[in-house]
Write a protein that binds this ligand. Structure first.
Ligand SMILES: Cc1ncc(COP(=O)(O)O)c(C=O)c1O
Length: 413
């Protein structure tokens, strides 16, 4: 059977299904498809990553200039000025003493790196039995083997086992369940607890107030590291630079990607606290963390990241995300009263509208199609519509998204 996408084998897409839409250009908060549609992009590039909106020539120009100056030189002892500058700029904005930035190419690699740092740390400080991980049901931590082993979306694991040993999940946001799991598994076997500040891909589930602080305290009591996966929440999505700021916790290791470069160039990072980093430093000069990727800290990505931070601050976009996020939450919750809506959830510039049906996927797909036909791009995902606009969205654009979704969901009710 031939594929509807030719030679292109697309991620998370049926090769035998209907021809997927092709996006050919982006401009501010809009994208253009090859059938001539111009769509208000309430998904920030589909997966909450183009936080500054599309078509920023200033980022493209900076990347082009960097490529003309130095296209690559990263690994095995060599660095370049932009990598150092971006690491400093990121470290200056992270909560607490998360001061040591290890660059990767994606969120999935950031998670693998964080897991290796966690295991490596305990080995270096003489507690090599601490190799396990505890994470949450519904959590998403990327698609590499470490990430699917700690991920709580079982469909992402099915068919790929055996997975990494020593990983277990507990019900999300249930502090007693986490405590019991740590006791049951014995903290002397656990390297880290890993979770997202707000569970994003799993359906946008914000934690109850106080939950993350309790997790932090529990990790401290049990001498277990806390890894916060901020691939979606980081760089302003919750109206604060990081989810750690929003919820008042400082993890031992944090992972980022997406907003780090606003997806103009692929990049992620695992960011470790001073305590974790000091556990590795070897004055004798041997390589302490035998880990890295050819393109860790690629100059083009570093320049994009520096531009993103400059623009976020020049245009006060983290604060704008806070204000617009409040408006989004206020407006989107008005959809709660529609019969077809099971639940509306959200925090900041991140929202999900879960639909009520015995098997919701076809209904969600139909709602997405009709909303798109009315000029607005939202994401259809399992049982919900995902809404995560660029931070450059205006209140009027938020209204357009909610009004369009409301009209369609009203028709489907
Ligand atoms: C919380 C979280 N972690 C990790 C990842 C994986 O990032 P990537 O797709 O860049 O590998 C994602 C992607 O959506 C994510 O949401």
């Amino acid at each position: 059977m031939s594929s509807t996408t030719g030679a292109l084998w697309m991620p998370f897409t049926s090769a035998g299904g209907s021809r997927p839409p092709v996006v050919v250009a982006g401009d501010g908060n809009y994208v253009m498809t090859d059938d001539g549609s111009r769509l208000l992009d309430a998904t920030a590039g589909g997966v909450a990553c183009v936080i500054l909106g599309h078509g920023r020539a200033e980022i493209a120009d900076a990347v082009a200039e960097q490529l003309r100056t130095l296209e690559y030189q990263c690994l095995f002892g060599y660095s370049h000025p932009r990598a150092r500058e971006l690491a400093e700029a990121v470290a200056d904005r992270t909560p607490g003493d998360l001061n040591h930035v290890f660059f990767t190419n994606s969120g999935s690699e950031a998670v693998e790196t964080a897991m290796k740092i966690a295991r490596g740390y305990w080995r270096r400080v003489g507690q090599g039995s601490k190799t396990g991980f505890v994470s949450l049901h519904r959590g998403y931590h990327g698609m590499n083997f470490g990430g699917i082993s700690v991920g709580g979306l079982t469909e992402n694991r099915a068919g790929f086992g055996p997975l990494l040993e020593g990983c277990s999940q507990v019900p999300a946001h249930d502090i007693d369940a986490l405590e019991q799991e740590l006791a049951y598994r014995d903290p002397s076997t656990i390297a880290a607890v890993i979770m997202e500040p707000v569970q994003a891909a799993g359906g946008v589930y914000p934690p109850p107030e106080g939950y993350l602080s309790k997790v932090r305290a529990m990790c401290d009591r049990n001498d277990v590291l806390l890894v916060l996966d901020e691939v979606v929440c980081g760089f302003g999505r919750l109206g604060h630079w990081f989810g750690g700021h929003r919820y008042g916790v400082v993890p031992d290791i944090m992972t980022v990607a997406k907003g780090l470069t606003s997806a103009y160039v692929p990049m992620g990072a695992a960011i470790a606290s001073s305590r974790i980093h000091e556990g590795f430093v070897d004055p004798e000069g041997s390589i302490e963390l035998m880990h890295g990727y050819t393109y860790s800290g690629h100059p083009a990505a570093c320049v994009a990241g520096l531009k993103v931070i400059e623009i976020l601050e020049r245009e006060s976009l983290v604060d704008h995300s806070l204000q617009t996020g409040r408006h989004l939450q206020e407006r989107i919750h008005s959809l709660d009263s529609l019969p077809v809506v099971a639940e509306v959830r959200g925090e900041g510039m991140l929202a999900a509208v879960e639909l009520a049906a015995e098997s919701p996927e076809p209904l969600v797909a139909e709602a997405q199609r009709r909303i798109q036909a009315a000029g607005v791009l939202v994401r259809a995902q399992a049982d919900h519509l995902g809404i995560y606009p660029p931070f450059t969205f205006t209140a009027t654009e938020v209204d357009q998204v909610v009004d369009t979704a409301g009209a369609v969901l009203g028709e489907l009710s």
